[in-house]
Design a binder for this molecule. Sequence first.
Ligand SMILES: [Zn+2]
Length: 207
Amino acid sequence: MNNSKPLILVLDMAGTPRKWIDFEKAAYYHCKDLIRWTAGQNEVTVHGGVSRVTGERSELALNSIIALGGVRPSKRAIPLITNSALFRRDGHQCAYCGDHFSKAKLTRDHYVARANGGKDIWGNVVTACKPCNNRKGHRCESEYSDDMYFKPYVPSLSEHLLLTNKNVLDDQYDFLTKSLSKDSRFETIYSRPTMEQGNADYRAIEY
Ligand SMILES: [Zn+2]
């Protein structure tokens, strides 16, 4: 079970998912009155400091999905590739033997080998275990293509956000899975979270 604090999903003014922020940052945006609307069902209560005047601890309920003023729509349509996100996209499964491995035993494999002109882009990379990657060498893709367990695809920005947060709340999962690419395997690999992990109290770092 993952006990880390859930993150808040930030949308730009057009309603496009942009990034994850922690509660402390969200509390800051709340105080600056930059939260324009909310779209989540979960609320998280953050406790602040004790008032010297009243002796009461301040409390703030934050929505799990917030749209911020001042966040411009993204110009980048394709998310950056990292090995962690790639292995998560492919469910830590090797595309060639179909077995599952830990991150340390996996590699970023180029479907069309780099030596054959293949690029380092989402549409040309798959997860492969080290032995399969070595065995494949510089062979032409037509020699292994038909035997692959899955093919590479470009994740949408929403899927990329899902791939870079292991503690997604149920409402965030619902929101982000609405805009997956047609080739996405995300929902078959990762089931919807059932716990409403957001409805818990968390102590904020005091400013
Ligand atoms: Zn393998």
